[in-house]
Design a protein around this ligand. Structure first.
Ligand code: FAD
Ligand code: NAD
Length: 461
């Protein structure tokens, strides 16, 4: 019991990235915290069904597909089963190891892990039912909801975990399909297209937009589209899917145009839905917007001591941002009110090649009526780019023409997700393009492309 006579200072529902980081923060502040998790394994989509397994699979697929001199891809027809099995083994190993790191860290911090599904009894009390059907009631001063999201699964799509797949079931595939139709041209779609194309699968993509990842810089997406083309991916853009059927052991994807795509498997990747039904939020009286929970800038719901973070509150819906939301919400809940989320969030798409960005695109700079210049540093112009054989990589900087401050960085190519943090920190500290030119970069590195891009900007300024 705590000073208020309740079981915990904070009860956290959900053990994904957002819940974990909320618990660690509470423990660091000397608060009693417990995480309630309904699944037998902790980690949520971040560890079990999304971020980490897909990245581990991508790495294994990428490495297995690299030929020594050309970069990207060799056929794998002779060892199709072996390649998938090896990639899946590697993925499972990474997940198991990471799970043990997280559990150890949580327990060491003093946070409790409580198995079971939580739902509200009242504003300070949750009922938890475990897999054996045992109920208990737990109370806390603060309740933090971090129950995440799941793949959107419309009822007219015949999901079967073997041939008609979502982003969860595709991570457990036992047989490598010869062909795969991916429905959607978003983040999940582009990441799985990359993985399966690199594994030698014939991949087709269907999307209603004109361009993959429609919100990204055109030259960045251009490099991705070229890579997909080189890997033999067929793009069916500006097309809508009207039906997905199973026919004689194959799948049929029917497009609005009348086109029929037959394949061994289909991945349906059109968005996610919030995990909020089981919470019984009606008991505490706050409204949901199609299941998503609305919060203020401190992540408080309309009941001030009930917070919600992570995918449950909608975009950007990333593990990275969920972690920080969890930490920020707990700081606020226990009186440290000065913290807020940073303005410029880095984003990464782990396709082949990787894409990462921070700040504005050119389109956004134009929308905001900012006079800007663009500088480009190509991987092929850097020695490291040549060494690693990435001929198409690009660091693109967008710089305010008046202040010379960096307002956007966009990278496509190997290690883009790591490289972006140089641009992110420069923006955080209000750095200018001249700071990049005036600094020494390790040689040979891809980071030098920042300097090349900065020199390009300087010339235009
Ligand atoms: C394929 C894929 C790839 C991704 N790749 C990336 C990436 O590269 N980088 C990135 O930053 N993000 C990535 N994401 C997004 C990232 O996984 C999510 O944003 C993140 O996991 C959300 O964290 P969360 O803590 O909000 O929820 P989750 O990770 O979804 O965890 C929620 C947990 O709550 C539990 N739960 C739900 N309801 C209850 C209840 N009533 N009682 C008890 N427990 C409950 C669930 O079982 C689950 O374990 C990816 C997602 C997918 C699907
Ligand atoms: N590397 C990463 O950071 C990463 C990787 C994978 C997933 N994620 C997270 O998972 C989330 C979901 O990924 P995603 O690829 O499913 O979403 P997404 O929003 O990136 O792409 C979904 C695509 O489906 C379309 N769509 C969505 N709902 C639709 C509907 N009802 N009907 C028709 N079209 C629809 C969208 O226009 C979009 O093109 C992402 O928003 C992101 O937060 C992140």
């Amino acid at each position: 019991m705590n000073e208020s006579g309740r079981d915990y200072d904070v009860l956290i529902v959900g053990s994904g990235p957002a819940g974990q980081h909320a618990a660690w923060q509470a423990a660091r502040m000397g608060k009693t915290a417990a995480i309630i998790e309904r699944k037998p394994s902790i980690g949520g989509a971040g560890l079990q069904t999304g971020t980490i397994p897909s990245k581990a699979l991508r790495e294994a697929a990428y490495l297995s597909s690299r030929s020594s001199d050309q970069g990207m891809r060799e056929g794998h027809t002779s060892s199709r089963y072996g390649v998938l099995a090896a990639a899946m083994r590697r993925k499972d190993m990474v997940v198991t190891q990471q799970e043990s790191v997280i559990v150890k860290r949580l327990l060491k911090s003093g946070a409790a892990l409580i198995p079971g599904e939580a739902s509200f009894v009242d504003e300070h009390t949750l009922e938890v039912i475990d897999s054996k059907g045992t109920f208990k009631r737990l109370s806390a001063d603060v309740i933090l909801l971090a129950t995440g999201s799941r793949p959107r699964r419309p009822s007219d799509v015949p999901f079967d975990k073997k041939t008609v797949l979502d982003s969860t079931s595709i991570l457990k595939l036992k047989r490598l399909p010869k062909s795969l139709v991916v429905i959607g041209g978003g983040v999940i779609a582009c990441e799985f297209v990359s993985i399966f194309a690199a594994l030698g699968v014939e991949v087709s993509v269907v999307d209603s937009h004109e361009q993959l990842l429609a919100y990204l810089s055109e030259d960045v997406v251009g490099v991705l589209a070229e890579s997909f083309e080189n890997m033999g991916v067929q793009l069916h853009m500006k097309q809508r899917v009207v039906a997905i059927r199973k026919e004689e052991g194959r799948t049929l994807t029917l497009l609005e145009s009348g086109k029929k795509l037959y394949s061994d498997a289909v991945l349906y990747a059109l968005g996610r839905e919030p995990n909020s039904q089981s919470l019984n939020t009606a008991k505490v009286g706050f409204e949901l917007d199609k299941g998503w929970i609305e919060v203020n800038e401190h992540f408080q719901t309309s009941v001030p001591h009930i917070y919600a973070v992570g995918d449950l509150i909608g975009r950007p819906a990333l593990a990275s941002t969920g972690m920080e939301q969890g930490r920020t919400a707990v700081l606020h809940a226990f009186g440290e009110t000065g913290q807020s989320m940073p303005e410029n969030l880095p984003m990464a798409i782990y396709a082949i090649p990787e894409i990462s960005w921070v700040g504005k695109t050119e389109k956004e700079a134009r929308r905001d009526k900012i006079d800007y210049v663009v500088g480009r540093g190509f991987y092929k112009e850097s020695a490291r780019g040549q060494i690693i054989g990435d001929a198409n990589g690009l660091v693109k900087l967008i710089v305010d023409a008046k202040s010379h401050k960096l307002i956007g960085a966009h990278i496509v190519g190997e290690h883009a997700s790591e490289l972006i943090h140089t641009g992110q920190l420069l923006m955080h500290f209000n750095g200018t393009v001249h700071d990049l030119v005036a600094n020494v970069f390790n040689y040979p590195t891809l980071a030098e492309c920042y300097k090349l891009a900065a020199l390009d900007c300087q010339q235009k300024l």
